[in-house]
Design a protein around this ligand. Structure first.
Ligand SMILES: *Cc1c(COP(=O)(O)O)cnc(C)c1O
Length: 465
């Protein structure tokens, strides 16, 4: 067989795919029982050497990729905020990789485009957004925040920024605990360092709203034009939710854009028990929620929602003769008019594969379980152990440290070393963060099968170290 014919041979694919499914099913079974380590740590140089010297013709490439990766489906994975995808999404991923519809215009993704609209309508309902709202999917929270803030600038600038560039010193107000990508978006838009006004937080790491007015006044004195305020729902480090109603009031008073970065915590709108954390989100001009964090979908997939769909069309009002005839038309079905991407994944199919199989209520069960476990762990620490928490957890993120009398430098050194030893040991995977100069160990309970007993074992392990 010629190489190309072999590469596209359906029978080869059938055989290989069946083998892969068997391997992955075994993998999921072993992971669920923590049969293997969460991570087999190699130093970056050693990893590079391993793959440089790797001979794929004599080795099992897929198996070796699995073995040398971090294992999110192991309940002892409690690190960064990445979903353990529901297995059905992997089947959808395989299918969409073959279909590979480009998504930029309607014909190049007709089904996935319609599904995107249905997903956006569902989120609008959950967010309490009006009929006039709309949204779409994009490649990750970083890009989604950027997309929303570009719309904010277009709407709140006096001149047409898309045409003339920045004609004023625009600025954005955001909590100092916000994800770094908000800062990055402001700088990409050319606002510079002064264009990102970081508002200090209270003891629970929520934006201190009593000082908004003074920060706003100071910005005006410095000839900055504040165009938006960004609420974190929740923040990345500690999972703290800003008071969205207070931010909405402030935005309304100043006639600025109100954006909510709900990359992690926005999914709580699906939970009756926890949606109160997001009170006020219904007043946002734009909201983003990562489906690949708290919505069990593989990376990348993020929804951007606009209170007023008109705003989503203003961001990039650009001509592209080869894509569409009339650039002014607000056609919901030509997605590239509103997305940063031209070609993008058929994300909606992956997400809808979950809904088709399990219904939207699966998300509620997932959010309640992961949040409840985090609360139980927090109570356990408070009642029983030699540890302390940084702040009461609101979501499934918790930061804690060993109680000690060390000076801060020594405290930080010890905790960083504990974290490093845990990674090298590999039974668990957790991360760390620094709050007010103090290092904390940080967990995000992403796996719904992480139970309190796993976490108790982790504490024992830390004490042994
Ligand atoms: C993770 C996160 C982001 C970044 O999203 P990506 O999908 O990783 O690009 C932005 N904001 C918050 C609050 C986050 O937790």
């Amino acid at each position: 067989m010629k190489k190309l014919e072999k590469a596209y041979n359906p029978e080869n694919f059938r055989k290989q795919a069946h083998e892969m499914v068997d391997m992955l099913a075994d993998y999921l079974e072993d992971s669920a029982q923590s049969k293997n380590k969460v991570i087999t740590y190699k130093k970056p140089e050693d990893q590079l050497d391993f793959w440089r010297n790797y001979d794929p013709t004599t080795s099992d490439f897929f198996k070796d990729v699995i073995e040398n990766s971090i294992h999110i489906h192991n309940p002892k994975y409690i690190g960064h905020q990445v979903a353990a995808p529901v297995p059905i999404t992997a089947i959808a991923s395989m299918m969409t990789s073959i279909l590979n519809n480009g998504m930029a215009i309607y014909e190049m993704g007709s089904t996935a485009t319609a599904l995107e609209k249905i997903i956006a309508d569902k989120f609008a309902e959950k967010l309490g957004f009006p009929e006039s709202s709309d949204g779409f999917l994009t490649s990750g929270g970083t890009l989604a925040n950027m997309t929303a803030l570009l719309a904010a600038r277009q709407e709140k600038s006096e001149q047409d920024v898309w045409k003339h560039g920045n004609e004023a010193n625009y600025a954005i107000m955001v909590s100092e605990q916000a994800h770094y990508c908000v800062d990055r978006a402001a700088r990409i838009m050319g606002f510079g360092e002064k264009g990102i006004i970081k508002i200090p937080t209270n003891t629970n790491f929520e934006m201190e709203t009593s000082i908004l007015e003074s920060y706003y006044q100071k910005a005006q004195e410095e000839n900055l034009k504040v165009i938006a305020i960004v609420g974190s729902a929740c923040s990345t480090s500690t999972g703290s939710y800003d008071d969205l109603n207070k931010l909405a009031d402030f935005a309304q008073e100043k006639n600025i854009w109100f954006h909510v970065d709900g990359a992690h915590g926005g999914a709580a709108v699906f939970s009756k028990k926890y949606k109160h954390l997001l009170n006020g989100i219904e007043r946002a001009d734009s909201v983003i929620i990562d489906l690949h964090k708290m919505m069990m979908t593989p990376a990348l997939a993020t929804i951007v929602m606009f209170q007023n769909k008109k705003h989503s069309y203003q961001t990039f009002h650009q001509k592209a003769q080869y894509l569409w005839e009339k650039h002014e038309d607000e056609d919901w079905f030509n997605l590239a008019k509103r997305t940063f991407e031209c070609t993008k994944y058929m994300m909606s199919v992956k997400f809808m594969s979950i809904v088709k199989e399990h219904g939207f209520c699966l998300f509620e069960e997932y959010i309640d379980k992961t949040h409840d476990t985090t609360l139980a762990f927090s109570n356990y620490i408070k009642e029983h152990s030699d540890f302390e928490i940084a702040t009461d957890p609101k979501s499934n993120i918790i930061c804690f440290a060993l109680k000690n009398d060390l000076d801060i430098q020594e405290h930080n050194r010890v905790h960083s070393e504990i974290r490093q030893k845990l990674v090298e040991d590999g039974e668990f995977y957790i991360v760390q963060t620094t709050l007010n100069g103090k290092v904390y160990l940080r967990l995000t309970i992403m796996n719904p099968f992480t139970e309190l007993h796993h976490l108790k074992t982790l504490l024992e392990k830390i004490q042994t170290i």
